[in-house]
Ligand binder design. Structure first.
Ligand SMILES: *[C@@H]1O[C@H](CO)[C@@H](O)[C@H](O)[C@H]1NC(C)=O
Ligand SMILES: *[C@@H]1O[C@H](CO)[C@@H](O)[C@H](O)[C@H]1NC(C)=O
Ligand SMILES: *[C@@H]1O[C@H](CO)[C@@H](O)[C@H](O)[C@H]1NC(C)=O
Ligand SMILES: *[C@@H]1O[C@H](CO)[C@@H](O)[C@H](O)[C@H]1NC(C)=O
Ligand SMILES: *[C@@H]1O[C@H](CO)[C@@H](O)[C@H](O)[C@H]1NC(C)=O
Length: 359
C-alpha cells in the first residue's frame, strides 16, 4: 500500500513539527521556572515524556491493525479529486470514484468517473468469455483472476491490499486501457478466498462502493462436464502439448470436445448439490452489495443481457465482442460417455432438468 505509506510519512512530519513546537513552548515556560525546586523539573520532564509517548503511540496506531481500515478510507477520500459532476444523482455518489493512481497520471481522464466492480463466479461458468466481452469495451478494464495467486488471498490484509491497488488503477495487467477507464474490476471465483472471507469482503465492497456482477450457471451438469473435460486437458495437453482452458478457433474447440468424460454416478448428486449450495450461499452472503445476477445460459442465448450489464455499470451501450469459441456445442448426451447411467441417476430428482441441456 504505497499510498498509505506516503501519507504516514506526511503525518509523522507534521507531528515532528508539533513536537518542536511543544519543545519551544516548554522552553518558554522553563525560563520563569528556573527559580522553582526540583519538583517542577520532574513535572516538566514527566510532561515531555508524556508528549513523547503520545507521539509514539500515534505513530503505532498509524501502522496498527486496529485503526488500519478507518485510516485507509479517510486517506482514500482525501486522495480522490473533487470532480463531482452535477449530473450524477445523489444515490450514485457512493459508486462513483476518481482514483489518482501512483503509477501514472490519468491526465485528461482525471475527472472521468470510475465504477468499481467484481465478477463473482465459479470455475467453468463462462466467466473467461464474459470478461473478454467486457474488456472489448473501451472504458472497461477487468483484470482477470487476480486471486488465483494464493499469497494475495492468504489473509484479509493481503486481499484488501490487492483490492486497494486494483481500484486505485495501479494494477497493471493486459486489461489496462489507453482510453479513459470508467469501470475497473476483476474476476473472482467463489473458492478463491471470497466465501472464506465474505464478511470482510462485504464490508470492503460496501465501504468502497464496489458493485458485484454474479455470473452463475443454470445447468450444473454441463458445468461439471466442462470441469472434467478441462481437468482431462490439463493432464493430456491435447493441443500440441499445451493446455488450453479457452480457445479461439473452432478446430481447437472440436479437439477439446472430442473427450467425453465418464461421470461417477455415485458422487454425481453430491457434486451437483455442492455447487448448487455454493452459488446459493454466495447470493445470500453478498446480498447487501449492489449487484446484478446473470446466468451464463441466458447471456449465451440473449445478448441483450450484456446491455443490462452496461446499464448496471452506467456505461454507454456498445456491441461487445469476444474471440472465444464455445467448446461444448452438442447435446449434453453427446458429451458424456456413460449418458444412460447419468440419465438414470438424475431422472426423477431435482436435477432432472439438467438432462435437457442443449449447449
Ligand atoms: C498475510 O499474508 C501475507 C502474504 O502471504 C503475509 O506476508 C503476511 O504476513 C500475512 N499477514 C498476516 C497478518 O497474517
Ligand atoms: C471512454 O473512453 C473515451 C476515450 O478515452 C472517453 O472519451 C470517454 O469519455 C469514455 N467514456 C466514459 C463513459 O467514461
Ligand atoms: C499444432 O501446431 C501446428 C503448427 O504450429 C498447427 O498448424 C496446428 O493447427 C496445431 N494444432 C492444434 C490442434 O492446435
Ligand atoms: C433478453 O434479455 C432482455 C434483458 O434482460 C430481456 O428484457 C428480454 O426479455 C430477453 N429476451 C428473451 C427472449 O428472453
Ligand atoms: C424417468 O423416470 C420416470 C419415473 O420417475 C420414468 O417413468 C421414466 O421412464 C424415466 N425415464 C427414462 C428414460 O427412463
Amino acid at each position: 500500500m504505497e499510498e498509505a505509506g506516503r501519507d504516514k510519512d506526511e503525518a509523522v512530519l507534521v507531528r515532528v513539527e508539533d513536537f518542536s513546537a511543544a519543545k519551544d513552548a516548554a522552553n518558554v515556560t522553563t525560563k520563569p521556572t528556573r527559580r522553582y525546586p526540583l519538583a517542577s523539573w520532574i513535572a516538566i520532564l514527566a510532561l515531555a515524556t508524556l508528549v513523547g509517548v503520545y507521539i509514539f503511540s500515534l505513530s503505532l496506531k498509524q501502522n496498527g491493525m486496529l485503526f488500519g481500515l478507518k485510516q485507509t478510507s479517510m486517506i482514500e477520500k482525501e486522495r480522490e479529486k473533487p470532480c463531482h459532476r452535477p449530473s450524477i444523482p445523489d444515490t450514485e455518489i457512493p459508486y462513483v470514484h476518481y482514483p489518482t493512481p501512483d503509477t501514472y497520471s490519468r491526465k485528461e481522464c482525471a475527472c472521468t468517473p470510475v465504477r468499481f466492480f467484481a465478477i463473482l463466479s465459479m470455475q467453468r461458468s463462462g466467466s473467461g468469455w464474459f470478461e473478454t466481452l467486457l474488456n472489448s469495451h473501451e472504458n472497461i478494464s477487468s483484470n482477470g483472476e487476480i486471486f488465483s495467486v494464493k499469497e494475495r488471498r492468504s489473509n484479509i490484509t493481503s486481499i484488501t491490499k490487492t483490492l486497494d491497488k486494483l481500484y486505485n488503477l495501479d494494477w497493471l495487467s493486459s486489461a489496462a486501457k489507453n482510453e479513459c477507464t470508467a469501470a475497473v474490476g476483476l474476476k473472482w471465483m467463489l473458492n478463491q478466498g471470497l466465501m472464506k472471507h465474505h464478511q470482510e469482503v462485504v464490508e470492503y465492497f460496501n465501504r468502497r462502493g464496489v458493485s458485484a456482477i454474479f455470473l452463475l450457471r443454470r445447468n450444473l451438469l454441463q458445468r461439471y462436464v466442462s470441469i472434467l473435460a478441462n481437468d482431462h486437458d490439463r493432464s493430456t495437453k491435447q493441443l500440441n502439448g499445451t493446455h488450453k482452458a479457452h480457445v479461439h478457433h473452432r478446430g481447437q474447440a472440436d479437439v477439446l470436445a472430442q473427450y467425453k468424460p465418464t461421470i461417477s454416478t455415485k458422487s454425481l448428486i453430491a457434486e451437483l448439490k455442492r455447487s448448487d449450495k455454493l452459488a446459493a450461499d454466495a447470493l445470500v452472503n453478498f446480498k447487501t452489495i449492489r449487484n446484478i445476477v446473470l446466468y451464463y445460459e441466458d447471456v449465451v442465448s440473449n445478448r441483450t443481457k450484456l446491455t443490462d450489464v452496461l446499464d448496471f455499470l452506467k456505461l454507454p451501450n456498445i456491441k461487445l465482442s469476444s474471440r472465444h469459441v464455445k467448446i461444448h456445442t452438442k447435446r449434453l448426451r453427446d458429451h458424456i460417455d456413460n449418458w444412460i447411467d447419468v440419465y438414470n441417476t438424475l431422472n426423477g430428482t431435482q436435477y432432472e432438468s439438467f438432462l435437457n441441456g442443449r449447449r
